[in-house]
Design a protein around this ligand. Structure first.
Ligand code: SAM
Length: 292
């Protein structure tokens, strides 16, 4: 449901779930043009915004989660998101915790290795799944968020805090950060489009693993997100791990709606990795996507 263009729709790890029937109202909102795509250098960390950390326990693994004020960072009142201006990156959403736990169990069950992999986290916010990938030996992790301010004030400090805590300062230097809209960001991402170019030379490049949590709430952004995934995911062995709610009441998106788009196109297959009941009739899920 929309109040002055601000959504208070679904649950973050800090906020209790709110469920409505607003999906009936889901017409495409007139959005401002997206901010220009840019790479944020890790030294461009904000020193003026207060950043505090607290531990978050993920089944035996403790990561650090930063906290900043939306008002201080973006001059906006505390809202989950403001479509086209702020897309929710300053909050820690439950899906990102589900995703880290699912990755842990995939690794334990020998279904996944992140060692030496090129990883892209889309819609990163705090970046905990990408940080986890580093801790599991990923060669490179590229973090993307809609807002440069989120990267400067939260993601970069979070990567530094976690990797310094685990005595991996060299690893932090292999992280890169990109801000911009999913419709345009492939122009900046170092390994995007490579699969198309290099398939001609018989050499596969691109990202091995794409991680994303709580990115599919808006049906209007999903097509661009899917287009970006196809430009980034290495052929044929690339995978996407996607965490999200089955339905996002109020905006019409959700895992099932996203997967039906994939099914119609027939390029990728999806496997359910985990389901998490959140105490309401809605489910949180983690899916693995791969080329057919
Ligand atoms: C609800 S937040 C989830 C943040 C984080 N993954 C988590 O689970 O805590 C949605 C994320 O997707 C990004 N995002 C949403 N719409 C986007 C768009 N059109 N282009 C680029 N990024 C977008 C936001 O910046 C934000 O990082």
């Amino acid at each position: 449901m929309t109040t002055n263009g601000k959504f208070q729709l679904f649950s973050s790890a800090d906020v209790k779930p709110s469920l409505g029937l607003g999906f009936l109202e889901s017409t495409e909102p007139p959005l401002p043009p997206p901010p220009p795509s840019t790479e944020v250098i890790s030294s461009e960390i904000s020193s003026s915004v207060k950043y505090t950390v607290e531990p978050v326990n993920l089944g035996g693994l403790t990561l650090l989660k930063g906290r900043v004020s939306t008002n201080e960072v973006l001059g906006l009142p505390n809202s989950d998101l403001v479509p086209g201006i702020y897309e929710g990156g300053l909050k820690l959403w439950e899906g990102s915790l589900d995703l880290v736990k699912a990755l842990q169990s995939e690794i334990q069950n020998d279904h996944l290795s992140l060692k030496g992999k090129r990883v892209l986290e889309l819609g990163c916010g705090h970046g905990l799944p990408g940080i986890f990938a580093f801790l599991e030996g990923a060669a490179e992790v590229h973090f993307q968020d809609f807002n440069a301010e989120v990267l400067q004030c939260l993601t970069i400090p979070n990567v530094n805090a976690n990797l310094l805590e685990k005595s991996q300062p060299d690893t932090a230097s292999k992280a890169r950060f990109f801000a911009g809209d999913w419709s345009e960001i492939h122009q900046l991402l170092p390994h995007a489009n490579e699969s198309e170019i290099d398939s001609e030379h018989g050499q596969a490049t691109g990202y091995d693993v794409i991680l994303m949590a709580e990115t599919i709430y808006s049906i209007f952004a999903q097509r661009n997100l899917y287009g970006l995934i196809k430009k980034c995911m290495i052929h044929p062995h690339g995978v996407v791990y996607m965490a999200g709610k089955k339905h996002y009441f109020g905006v019409g998106g959700g895992t099932r709606q996203f997967l039906s788009m994939l099914e119609k196109e027939g390029v990728m297959a999806a496997t359910l990795v985990t389901e998490v009941a959140d105490g309401s009739s809605n489910l949180r899920e983690v899916w693995k996507l791969s080329y057919k």
